[in-house]
Ligand binder design. Structure first.
Ligand code: NAP
Ligand code: MG
Length: 489
């Protein structure tokens, strides 16, 4: 009997019992201040904004809104720390702090995972098993380089750049902070970090961890706030390096502001990855990879495999399997260990997903959605795929940043890479085939910073990540990520 019929016959017996992490184990202070000069300080404007849990719409806490003056005092504090302490400290000493931070993160990883899930809506499965281990791994990895910089770049004399302004998005709040802070500190730079407005909670926990690790004051400063806070950081004259992860639209604006200044810039921007599925691929394994690549983490992943190119001969089999599989994905309480798809990060993001999916339908694509029930409160979108998508459709070109897959077909490898590349983005791609030669051919032709073969969304701190074209420039992770924070003369 097919799986779905059995599910129907057995009714609720196929569902797991609820297994939520207890959110009450971890106290959240009602108000969060700025982290400047090693201390928690009130914002000069006296203004705070709410941070909510997108799965329940409950207010979790109030976050300080930093204005230009707060940003200025954070940059001054970073400059002082750079000149007096951090750039003068031997690498082996800087490394000790980074190891200490990594170990404290590991000790507190359960608490950090729960808070990340409550603040951002991502599943505990994702924050506990993916985000937090990678956060600690990045600090460990770059701690190891702190006293070996001259071996990292033979024949060069790597020197720090100075004060780094770092702006991050809401989809991987702690992980993006780790990607940026760890290499900057390892090289002897100091930092002013601006988290995303909807996900500042864990960044402020990170501030407590820096205090606990006795990181010298001012080495990392955290200014919370919305776009204006980020803009104040971008415009500040005493920043030597800007690292931005976020949308292509804002990235382009930042590039214009920074042009003509001496600020060094790296941009990690949007993506619209192609997952290419050949007839000779192990289909069930590939379907699981495609599902994980777009639906887990609610599709809130810049490198999400949001375009699926299926070779014509297996199209109907793949569609049938996809339809069955999305029906079994569990959508709901992100704190439940069995949940596959959590809450959409914010109301505006949910509206954006709805609008783009509607545009796909209006332009002639066919919609397939799971019939799962959605919680009555919070922001939710069911796992969805669109067939009959053509290249001219908006859903084939624009980043949806939600659990929505656009499915298209191809006949030959040439057609696959030409269509995959025919887009302004170039962040990541996936290839599924049994033939190693085909993998090499595709990898060489795909204009994407990362290409996964017979797997998807796998990360490691030793491996560089970044884009081509409108997906940005510069690399994070690995030696390349270290080079982005050094003068290499
Ligand atoms: P976003 O609107 O560009 O925001 C990113 C960050 O920039 C946030 O902290 C934001 O603050 C701040 N910001 C907004 N306007 C600014 C301005 N004019 N000047 C300076 N800072 C400004 O992006 P998002 O919608 O939050 O994040 C999703 C995007 O990030 C997607 O496009 C995704 O592909 C991309 N992303 C890329 C990577 C990568 O590695 N390539 C990784 C993750 C995400 P507020 O949030 O407070 O407005
Ligand atoms: Mg929140």
């Amino acid at each position: 009997m097919p799986l779905r019929e059995r599910r129907l016959n057995f009714g609720d017996k196929w569902n797991y019992a609820p297994a939520p992490e207890d959110s009450k184990n971890y106290a959240i202070a009602p108000q969060h201040e700025l982290f400047i000069g090693g201390k928690l300080v009130k914002p000069k404007s006296g203004k705070y904004f709410p941070s909510i849990n997108p799965a329940t719409e409950e207010k979790l806490t109030e976050i300080a809104a930093a204005n230009e003056k707060d940003v200025d005092s954070a940059v001054k504090s970073a400059r002082r720390a750079y000149e007096k302490v951090w750039s003068k400290m031997p690498g082996r000493e800087r490394g000790k702090y980074l190891y200490r931070i990594a170990r404290i993160i590991q000790e507190k990883s359960r608490e950090l995972a729960v808070l990340e899930t409550m603040d951002g809506g991502k599943t505990i499965k994702e924050s506990r098993d993916v985000d937090l281990p990678l956060v600690a791994a990045h600090f460990f990895y770059y701690a190891g380089w702190a006293d070996k910089l001259k071996y990292a770049f033979p024949g060069k004399n790597p020197q720090p750049l100075g004060v780094a302004g770092q702006i991050i998005p809401w989809n991987f709040p702690l992980l993006m902070a780790a990607w940026k802070i760890a290499p900057a500190l390892a090289c002897g730079n100091t930092v002013v970090l601006k988290p995303a407005e909807t996900t500042s909670l864990t960044a402020m926990r990170l501030a407590q961890i820096f205090q606990e690790a006795e990181l010298p004051e001012g080495v990392v400063n955290i200014v919370t706030g919305a776009a204006e806070t980020g803009a104040a950081l971008v415009n500040h004259p005493d920043i030597n390096k800007l690292a931005f992860t976020g949308s292509t639209e804002v990235g382009k604006r930042i590039a214009q502001v920074v042009a003509g200044t001496k600020k060094k810039l790296t941009l990690e921007l949007g993506g619209k990855a192609a997952n290419i599925l050949f007839e000779d691929a192990p289909i069930d394994q590939a379907i699981e990879g495609v599902i994980a690549g777009i639906y887990f983490n609610q599709g809130h992943v810049c490198c999400a495999g949001s375009r699926l190119f299926v070779q014509e001969g297996i199209y109907s089999t793949v569609i049938k399997k996809l339809r069955d599989r999305i029906q079994t994905l569990r959508v709901g309480n992100p704190l439940d260990k069995n949940t596959d798809i959590g809450a959409i990060n914010s109301k505006p993001q949910l509206q954006k997903i709805r609008e783009l999916v509607q545009s796909g339908v209006d332009e002639g694509a066919q919609l397939t959605q799971s019939s799962c029930s959605l919680p009555s409160k919070g922001y939710w979108f069911p796992p969805t795929f669109l067939t009959g998508v053509t290249h001219s459709h908006r859903v084939a070109n624009e980043e949806i940043f939600g659990p929505v897959l656009s499915v298209m077909t191809f006949r030959t490898p040439e057609e696959a890479f030409e269509r995959a590349n025919n887009i302004p983005y170039g962040l990541s791609a996936g290839v599924w085939t049994d033939k190693g030669s085909k993998i090499f051919k595709m990898v060489n032709k795909l204009r994407a910073g990362v290409v996964w073969a017979n797997t998807y969304n796998k990360f490691d701190p030793t491996s560089p990540f970044g884009g081509y074209k409108e997906s940005g420039f510069g690399r994070e992770g690995g030696l390349q990520g270290l080079a982005a924070y050094c003068k290499l003369d």
